[in-house]
Design a protein around this ligand. Sequence first.
Ligand code: LHQ
Length: 263
Amino acid sequence: MAELVLIERAQAVSVLTLNRPEKLNAFTTELHQQLAAALDAAAADDGVRAVLLTGAGRGFCAGQDLQARALAMADGRPFDGGGAIEAWYNPLVRRLRRMQKPVVCAVNGVAAGAGANLALACDIVLAARSASFLQAFCRIGLVPDTGGSFFLPRLVGRARAAALMLLGDAVPAEEAARWGLIWRVVDDAVLMTEARALAARLAAQPTRALALIKTMLDASHGNSLDQQLDLERDMQKIAAGTADFREGVAAFLEKRSAKFRGA
Ligand code: LHQ
């Protein structure tokens, strides 16, 4: 079986590399299957405290593989776009958002269609200066998926989201960072060093608290102030019950660095 997702363990970080470089890591069913399995394994392993997602070669991910073979249904029926979303793309976004640990995305090159929105579903996105983000869907008569119509307006506002989705133009990484679509741009040569350092730093933080923060961020846009205040109370109750909180306070009082265990 071809290794379409390379899995490397760097201490407490699981580094996942999409690996169809000749097709800019476009999604086939096999790639989806391997990515889902790798994310599930990372989620289930308490020794993994951060995930780093990137792509092999010059692209990050060109979205759905548009070759006829990848679109063909096994039983000869026409391609069912909604079926592919239900079977693969929606579960992928849910896996990332429900992951009880931070997910860093290192966008090493073009991120198009579902590939662009895959990046936006991660927690912190770093991009190489040469990378670009492209809501390619309208170019081929499709609509944004993989959470794009949810994430984009929240990240960059309706005006920019509308132009991105209706025009399908590429946004260079530096502009994406200026707009708040992603966290930061770095030189191509240092992307993976920076991304690995960031993931390692996150992996040494209090993992339970980080997971609770993800929950709060995701709830924030749908909640009223009162609901969010209640959620903060509930999340703080859980965080304050962790060993990592006790360690954090002890380290502060003893004027030393905290050694968080992620529990
Ligand atoms: C590709 C692809 C690709 C196959 C590059 N497929 N081969 C969900 C399920 C339901 C319905 C369907 O949609 C979805 C979600 C989606 O993601 S829809 C959006 C699908 N993606 C696109 O429309 C992007 C298509 N790709 C492009 O527009 C360009 O390739 C970009 C702008 C990403 C990069 O352009 P270039 O840097 O000029 O590279 P290239 O076009 O020369 O691509 C390099 C190779 O990769 C080339 O293969 P070849 O054998 O000719 O060298 C491309 O055919 C192949 N490739 N994207 N999505």
